[in-house]
Design a protein around this ligand. Structure first.
Ligand SMILES: [Zn+2]
Length: 260
């Protein structure tokens, strides 16, 4: 399989923007990371992960940069020319601790967000030449990672009414069981997350919480993939793996300006 034929769930965030969500397929890692594991923090061999990331970058058309995700609301903004003598002049494995990334056309790089049940969010204002990613897990979502990344996009020149967003594969509100007290705590900050599992217990709907945050900020165009990672084994799922007593890999949401 050639890298440019990588199976990716592509989304349309506007003219000149390439964006999509990778699947488990198309990489070099063996079980339990089979096969396109893009995460360095899950005990897979780093050389294999870097090889997988190169395949992702080839699909994206720009070098995909990742952060070290810490379940917070920090944003790294890449808004200057990052090209060094040997290509992109930034740390190859991580641009720093952050759960959201923003890039302008000046940086000429791609962005990636790593997940396996948490919500990957891709954003773009094609006209302004601003793209972004956010990693929205329970904690980051409750603390406001979505408004944080939208604020950083606006500061970089994006118009939120023009921003297009994609909410990627994640554990759904019928599968993400949590203690009732946790459901109530998160719902205080993000009421749209309040949910019930398909078997009738307390749950959180993180994709719904992301969607509500986007709409509240004025983002009118929101594409929801509607894929549940626990139910659909084409994607990595931390919860499904943990139930089976196994570890697993990470897939990515990827976005880049490709005709800047
Ligand atoms: Zn589900």
């Amino acid at each position: 399989m050639t890298a440019d034929r990588l199976p990716v769930l592509e989304v349309d965030l506007g003219p000149g923007v390439r964006a999509g969500f990778t699947t488990r397929a198309g990489g070099v890692s063996p079980s339990p990371w089979d096969s396109l594991n893009l995460g360095l923090g899950v005990h897979d061999d780093a050389a294999r992960v870097r090889a997988n990331r190169r395949r992702a970058s080839t699909w994206l058309g720009r070098p995909a940069l990742f952060s070290t995700q810490v379940h917070g609301t920090g944003v790294v903004v890449l808004d200057r020319d990052l090209a060094g003598p040997d290509g992109v002049d930034v740390p190859a494995d991580s641009v720093g601790d952050a759960d959201a990334l923003v890039a302008t056309g000046a940086a000429d790089v791609g962005l990636g967000v790593l997940v396996a049940d948490c919500v990957p969010v891709l954003l773009a204002d094609a006209a302004a030449g601003v793209v972004a990613t956010a990693h929205a897990g329970r904690r980051g979502l409750a603390e406001g990672v979505v408004p944080a990344v939208l604020g950083a996009m606006a500061a970089a020149g994006a118009d939120l009414r023009r921003v297009r967003a994609a909410v990627g594969p994640a554990v759904c509100g019928s599968c993400y069981e949590v203690p009732a007290t946790m459901r109530d705590e998160v719902a205080v900050a993000r009421p749209a997350t309040w949910s019930t599992t398909s078997w009738g217990t307390a749950a959180l709907d993180l994709p719904a919480g992301v969607g509500a945050d986007l709409e509240a900020a004025g983002v009118a165009s929101v594409e929801r993939t509607g894929v549940c990672t626990v139910e659909d084994d084409r994607w990595f799922s931390h919860r499904r793996a943990t139930r089976a007593g196994a570890t697993t890999g990470r897939f990515a949401g990827l976005v880049a300006l490709v005709s800047a």
